[in-house]
Each structure stands twice: as C-alpha cells, then as structure tokens.
Design a protein around this ligand. Sequence first.
Ligand code: MG
Length: 261
Amino acid sequence: MRIARYTTGQDPTYGIVTEDENGAMVIAEVQGDPLYQPIAYTGVQVPLDDARLLAPVIPRSKVVGIGKNYADHVAEMGGGQPPSEPLVFLKPNTSVVGPGDPIVLPRQSANVHYEGELAVVIGRICKDVPRERVPEVVFGYTCANDVTARDLQSSDAQWSRAKGFDTFCPLGPWIETELDHRDLALSTRVDGVTVQDSRTSLLIHDVVTLVSYVSSVFTLLPGDVILTGTPAGVGRIVAGQRVEVEIEGIGTLSNPVVSRD
Ligand code: MG
C-alpha cells in the first residue's frame, strides 16, 4: 500500500495511491493519519496529477541518519575500514521537505552533496527492539536524500550543521508499506544523468540491524525516520539542477536545487 500525504489546495490530507477502474493513477482519501488509525476511506478520489504531494511523514521527534554504510561509499570518502557498528547521527525534523520542494543551498557551504538513500518509517513507539520483532515496528519505506554540506562536515567536529540545514532531508514520494527491503535497486540522477546506482543488499548493516541498533539508543516514536546510508557516487549539486532518488518498489523522489539568495 502506498500512503501519500498531499494537498489539493486545502489542508494536507492522507490517501492511498492506487489505480481507478480505468487504470488511471488516483489518490483515494482516507480519514486522519494512517500512522495512528486504521485505513478508512472517505470515498473521495483525486487524480494523482491533480494533487501536490507533500513529505509523506513529518517526523514527530527525529530523523536518524546512518553514515558509511556501503563499502564503496566508505572507499570514496577516503577509505579505511567500515565502522563495525552503525555510525549514528541526527537530522532535525525541520530539515524534512517533500517531493518537488526545493533543496535550498545555504550561504555557509560551497559544496553541497546529494545522498540517495532508503528511508525506514517507524510505526510504533518502541525501545530495545530485538531483531525478530523489527517487522512489527516498521510502518513502511520511502526514498530520501540525505543532503550534506560536505565542506562543513569536514570543518566541523561533528555533523549536525552539515546534515541539518532546512530542506536537507527530502522524503517521498509516498510510504510503501508492503516491501521486501533486502535487495532493492537504488539510483540517483542529477539532471537525468545517473550518478548513484546500487542495491540495498550491499548495505553493511541491513535494515533489521539498523532498527534494532538505533532503538537500543533512542526510544523511537511513530513517524520517526531512519536513513540507511548512501552508496558510492555522491557529488555536488548546484542551483538550477534537479535531483531524483529512485528506489525499486517505491518510486522516485524529485527535488530542484535553488540558492538561498
Ligand atoms: Mg547519508
């Protein structure tokens, strides 16, 4: 099931992306937020093309990032051994934007990079989740761009600023709730040119490991998001470009890049 958050000019609402009886893509509106209540259709349908998709989730408390989780990305970032345990950092929920929203390049950085990633959306409050119970706490999956000011990541002793600017966490286009996460094609394109091309089977620490590990540190709340890391091929984006992150079984997250000034 593909759960979208969207607007047609009114207040944001939630719906299920599906095909109507004629095969056209529509959003079937549901009552409330499916994170917190069972799916109940209102009977209203809108053509997908007539809706403006929004970030499918606004994390109530946090976006948890994972660094250096594909070996080829570890190598391109200067080599060394991949971390033996997941490398955890945080992005503020104010960094989240939705499909089509601009990534705004901050004045403080001259080298902002895209990072295409699989994002895990948590569905229930949880802590110390054992591996075998991880499926119970995962609501679904979406595409993410872990936008990073690479120069500030180097100059600051830690990553909060480099990873935390407003608009540095595009999410979308929707949450897919039925997905086998273990071997999905993941690619990133800049102005249509493929710059990252990998598979989630190449994650050093897989989704189950990450959810269990992160929940041993933080209590996770419904709507919290875990970014699973990016493969090789990261690079700079400049104003005027468009970045797309596509994940098999989910869809494509597309965002333009603009400058602050
Ligand atoms: Mg990343």
